[in-house]
Design a protein around this ligand. Structure first.
Ligand code: GH3
Ligand code: MG
Ligand code: MG
Ligand code: MG
Length: 308
């Protein structure tokens, strides 16, 4: 599955404006401890910070919950638990989630000076010895959540297109799913027809809005596909292996666009797109090259059409 957990639709340019409380609201924290009393205590501390709290009694339950519930962004786990200890839980979690997807804090009441290092080596972001000072708990909690937020923001900045919020060219070409393949797959290059005229007639701002709306439309038509902005008014869609299904959806999108009348502010206009499409068992560079040739023919042949 090549759609990462942080899909660009989750990215919001207003995120940095949210205050601390609202920001915490977005985090779901899983507390893993075999002791009900301990879980309830940590829960009460977290809820005072307006965090959403979930509980698991043991490692297996925690792993199942993290697999199932994509909202969990922090796990706080005890060390001493029957069957699976906290360090093993951390190791297993790190096989599922990267640092940018999930933060982990270890807790333990054991008098074992090597535990901090063992937790950190296993992939935990921080560790606290029990009993802990509440202020210290909050300090470590906030620095861990801040680091997670920063990591996510950096990931989105590096990999998505700021204007349209689809993947950028770099993410597209660097993603393992793009680079490796088993069997044939679909790729389309999409370019707006005479887009320069939109800018010239209505201004760059209206041009920007048009790009944003087209990107939304592509994500609506190809939710399981990888949609990327290659530059300017050119987009690329990598989409599975179903050739006929892909062509049908592309044609449906092209037709919907052709019929759509845009009216941002008091301007009224329509746009069309040209599409170059390829279905082949080939390296990504070859797919793009071939689709580009088809796109060129679609333009030369009168635009507003798909050439395969
Ligand atoms: P064709 O049908 O041959 O594709 O014609 P075109 O006018 O769409 O193509 P051309 O490559 O000549 O012009 C592309 C225009 O896209 C030029 C540029 O000003 C505009 N453009 C590129 N990036 C952006 C952007 O981020 N915002 C806006 N508003 N315009 C952009
Ligand atoms: Mg315990
Ligand atoms: Mg164009
Ligand atoms: Mg172009």
């Amino acid at each position: 599955d090549y759609i990462p957990k942080d899909s660009p639709s989750c990215v919001s340019s207003i995120a940095p404006l949210l205050n601390r409380l609202e920001k915490n609201h977005q985090h779901h924290v899983l507390v893993v401890d075999d002791s009900l009393t301990a879980r309830r205590y940590v829960r009460s501390l977290l809820e005072r910070q307006y965090l959403n709290v979930l509980e698991a009694q043991n490692g297996q339950e925690a792993l199942a919950m993290v697999r199932r519930d994509k909202r969990i962004s922090l796990v706080i786990t005890d060390y001493t638990m029957p069957e699976m200890d906290g360090v093993s839980v951390v190791k297993a979690l790190r096989k599922l989630k990267t640092d940018g997807q999930l933060a982990i804090i270890g807790l333990s009441g054991e008098e074992d000076s090597s535990l901090t290092a063992r937790f950190l080596k296993a992939g935990a972001n921080d560790f606290l010895a029990k009993p802990f000072n509440q202020e210290e708990f909050y300090c470590r909690l906030h620095s861990t959540l801040n680091a997670l937020d920063t990591e996510r923001r950096l990931f989105n900045m590096a990999n998505t297109d700021y204007l349209t919020q689809v993947w950028n060219r770099r993410y597209f070409f660097e993603h393992p799913h793009t680079r490796s393949h088993k069997g044939p797959r679909n790729l389309a290059l999409i370019d707006i027809d005479h887009f320069k005229k939109i800018n010239d007639q209505f201004g760059h701002h209206i041009g920007d809005i048009t790009l944003i709306e087209l990107a939304k439309m592509m994500k609506r038509y190809f939710p399981e596909g990888m949609v990327a902005r290659f530059g300017g008014e050119e987009f690329c869609i990598l989409y599975g292996n179903d050739e006929l299904g892909f062509v049908r959806r592309l044609e449906a999108m092209r037709e919907e666009l052709e019929k759509t009348v845009w009216s941002p502010y008091d301007k009224t206009f329509s746009i069309t797109i040209s599409i170059g499409m390829v279905h082949a068992d080939a390296h990504i560079d070859e797919l793009v090259q071939r689709a580009d040739w088809c796109l060129y023919q679609a333009k030369a042949g009168g635009r507003n059409q798909l050439i395969q």
